[in-house]
Design a protein. Structure first.
Length: 268
């Protein structure tokens, strides 16, 4: 099953900009082979928007408005349906809808540096509990990108073996779909935890020069490799019990998004 076979595309009905829809259209217009995902547009009100004043644009979004946003996708031959959620439990609503439509990937937009702490908490909750990969689409993502996908792994931690395999699988599927080169970044603390490069080559099947071992914190190493390779997409991992691993420690998802200015897929 392809990573993006069935997309749940989250749209903010209070906004006039829709980065998640733009991302799907961008991929379609890029002529990606075999890219014909089933689309479910989930119109979910921003969890922090409790404004019920008449000036709130969400109050004036009618069925015509919603179907108008779906038109460009349908015009390209994509099966597109619409679901609506006004729940204030933003993350839980997305998770419930992902399960309801049997989504294989969720796409959500992220405001970047303007994200508040409460919004970052909602993203953290979504990432930790969503049953499928979450694609975080940045409205300020760089456009001068290379045909490169970077996956972040932590081969030193034996407890992450299963997660590393899922990250690598997602990376290979995505790289094949995009016709992109796949690169791996693995951070390490000091010489005592230096990763076994030969082991990574054997496990991944990638060329030696596509494997990058960087000293330092995972989020800092990831930002460094993004400057070097200028990737189109970054794929990282998360564990539900302990939080994000293989690319960051603790609750650093917001910091990563601010530092790399790339779209990010999070695999659990």
């Amino acid at each position: 099953m392809a990573l993006e076979a069935r997309l749940l595309v989250v749209v903010d009905p209070t906004s006039d900009k829709h980065p998640t829809i733009d991302r799907v259209l961008q991929q379609m217009n890029a002529g990606l082979p075999h890219y014909q995902p089933e689309i479910t547009l989930l119109f979910a009100i921003d969890h922090s928007n409790t404004d019920t004043h008449a000036s709130n644009p969400a109050l004036f979004r009618d069925e015509h408005f919603l179907h108008k946003l779906a038109e460009p996708l349908r015009d390209l031959g994509l099966a597109t349906r619409i679901r609506i959620s006004w729940s204030q439990d933003w993350a839980d609503s997305i998770i419930a809808n992902a399960e309801a439509v049997d989504a294989t990937t969720v796409l959500v937009a992220h405001p970047g540096e303007t994200a508040s702490k409460s919004l970052s908490d909602e993203y953290w909750h979504l990432i930790r509990h969503c049953p499928v990969p979450v694609g975080i689409i940045q409205s300020n993502a760089r456009e001068d990108i290379a045909k490169t996908i970077v996956v972040s792994m932590d081969v030193q931690d034996s407890k992450l073996e299963g997660l590393n395999k899922r990250i690598l699988k997602a990376g290979k599927l995505t790289a094949e779909m995009h016709g992109a080169e796949l690169h791996i970044i693995n951070a390490y603390g000091d010489s005592s935890t230096y990763p076994d490069r030969a082991k990574i080559v054997a496990a991944t099947g990638l060329a030696n020069d596509h494997i990058h071992l960087k000293a330092g914190q995972p989020d800092e190493a990831l930002a460094e490799i993004c400057k070097e390779l200028n990737p189109e997409l970054v794929i990282i991992g998360a564990t539900r019990r302990t939080g994000i691993k293989a690319a960051l420690r603790g609750r650093k998802i917001g910091q990563i998004l601010k530092n790399i200015h790339r779209h990010v897929y999070v695999v659990t």
